[in-house]
Design a protein around this ligand. Structure first.
Ligand code: BES
Ligand code: MN
Ligand code: ZN
Length: 505
């Protein structure tokens, strides 16, 4: 979607649809004469008590004059004094859904009725909601399936996209930066969603690496891709122990953004890039296994975030690592009880081959330590236990540095991709003791998300590090107007808000 910003007054914009955000505590007729252009539809609804400007209130109308917007959609957002970015994001999403239903190719958005309380974070959220809502994944539809031509937005077949949007009435230059950030963050998250949605036969580790190379070229990043020989040379026995059960070769993807001087310690993002998780010899049940194409969601969010970081040229050094493999089961697959040697030298007894994410991340975290990072943040669809603990709303947040954890909490709240802390006490670590190796890869049923994070913590030394378990939040059924069922791209915007805050932008 093509999103632009203009200072044209909303009543003068030539558009098939003008979506107007209205607060409950502001007079509805602002700016003067605007509503008359549409036959006074808002005034009439307000007089009848049908529209109060509360969240969810809506009125639509069509123009009476010869020019200006053809249609209007008033969207209530509640009190302007307590307006959150998420409310604006949702309203922008509703506007796009409305345009979609009418098959309109474009729309415009007005925030000027909200008055002087509008801040950069609201404008950014409007841009994000618009761009996120327009995303769809129909590359693999030929249009010949059952239900083709169905007209619902999520119906089968290809329905036309809302191709462009304009945020109108901007005070000159004041909103430029907010729109630039919102657009880049949302495009990054949409890229993550597309990578997530791509099925395992198409998004193999080598294709994911090709995609990383393309992203790097587009956004001015440095990219290195290690293949099996180099991974072996690096001594990444944990990653290799997962990859050996599949005919698809693993890849170890490294991206770098240089935004500050070369001496400054980098931030490091690590994402699990498991392109399909069948569980290995400890095979998963068939029901729902197709969802395990999403097991590269962490990697997708990191690749998306890196594209925006490069594109925006944020003034900070950021490096990213995405270890990528399949977890299948052939005759050479790792077996329960096998002991493997990680890059760091620690030996691991593989009790359950389905706990593969922590294995590939162990080698990635150790690799990252070589850069002496200022902080490492990893994200991974790591444990089913996380879905049980926190459901689909909040990601689990664990780590060894309270300040870093606080920063990530704040970033998640701002992005409306919230997370919640779980403890990492020494006591839990005991569950990982092995009789034959330095540690084992599972800690039993109790506290599954915590023991998985304990495992990772063994590989980060003293570096400030945080882990986001996104098993419940990266994809699923969603009711948010700016998302669709399926991949959510989370926590791409959380990572970006964190990096942006660290960069001081
Ligand atoms: N990718 C899964 C975790 C997962 C489960 C993600 C459900 C999304 C939804 C991970 O590799 C896995 O299989 N974890 C095991 C660990 C267990 C064997 C200790 C799990 O959670 O069952
Ligand atoms: Mn698994
Ligand atoms: Zn997995």
């Amino acid at each position: 979607m093509d999103l632009t910003l203009s200072s044209t007054a909303p009543e003068a914009v030539e558009t098939p649809l003008m979506a107007v955000l209205v607060a409950s505590d502001r007079p509805f007729e602002q700016p003067a004469g605007f509503d008359e252009h549409f036959g006074g539809v808002l005034g009439a609804a307000a007089a009848l008590g049908d529209f109060h400007g509360r969240r969810g209130d809506r009125v639509a109308g069509r123009r009476r004059g010869m020019d200006g917007p053809l249609r209007v959609l008033y969207l209530g957002v509640g009190e302007s004094t307590s307006l959150t970015p998420e409310t604006v994001r949702c309203a922008a999403g509703e506007a796009v859904r409305f345009a979609e239903r009418l098959r309109l190719p474009s729309l415009a958005l007005s925030l000027v009725h909200l008055g002087p309380r509008i801040e950069a974070r609201h404008v950014q959220a409007a841009a994000e909601g618009t761009v996120l809502a327009a995303w769809r994944f129909d590359d693999l539809k030929s249009g010949a399936g059952p239900g083709a031509g169905a007209d619902s937005a999520d119906g089968d077949g290809r329905s036309p996209l809302v191709r462009s949007a304009e945020i109108t009435g901007a005070p000159p230059h004041a909103w430029d930066e907010a729109v630039r950030l919102g657009r880049a963050f949302a495009n990054a998250e949409n890229l993550a969603r597309t990578l997530q949605a791509t099925p395992g036969n198409l998004a193999t580790p080598s294709r994911l690496a090709d995609e990383a190379v393309r992203i790097a070229e587009e956004s001015g990043l440095k990219c290195d891709v290690l293949g099996p020989a180099e991974i072996e040379r690096q001594g990444m026995g944990a990653l290799l122990s997962v990859a050996r059960g599949s005919d698809e070769e693993p890849r170890f993807i490294v991206l770098e953004h240089r935004g500050a001087d070369s001496g400054a310690a980098p931030l490091v993002l690590v994402g699990k890039g498991l392109t399909f998780d069948a569980g290995g010899i400890s095979i998963k049940p068939a029901r729902g296994m197709e969802k395990m194409k999403y097991d590269m969601s962490g990697g997708a969010a990191v690749l998306g975030a890196m594209r925006a970081i490069g594109e925006l040229d944020l003034p900070v050094n950021v490096k990213a690592v995405v270890p990528s493999s399949e977890n299948l089961l052939n005759g050479s697959a790792t077996k329960p009880g096998d002991v493997v040697r990680s890059r760091q030298g620690k030996t691991i007894e593989v009790i359950n081959t389905d706990a593969e994410g922590r294995l590939i991340l162990a080698d990635a975290l150790d690799y990252a330590l070589g850069w002496e990072p200022a902080a490492i943040v990893d994200c991974a669809t790591l444990t089913g236990a996380c879905v049980v603990a926190l459901g689909h709303h909040r990601a689990a947040l664990l780590g060894n540095d309270e300040e870093l954890l606080g920063e990530l909490r704040d970033a998640g709240d701002l992005a409306a991709e919230p997370c919640w802390p779980l403890p990492l006490d020494e006591e839990y670590r005991k569950q990982l003791r092995s009789e034959v190796a330095d540690l084992k890869n599972v800690g039993g049923r109790p506290a599954g998300t915590i023991t998985a994070a304990c495992f990772l913590s063994e590989f980060v030394g003293q570096t400030p590090w945080a882990h986001l378990d996104i098993a419940g939040t990266a994809y699923g059924k969603t009711k948010k107007p700016y998302l669709r069922n399926g991949p959510a791209g989370r926590p791409c915007r959380l990572l970006l808000e964190w990096v942006r805050a660290r960069a001081g932008v």
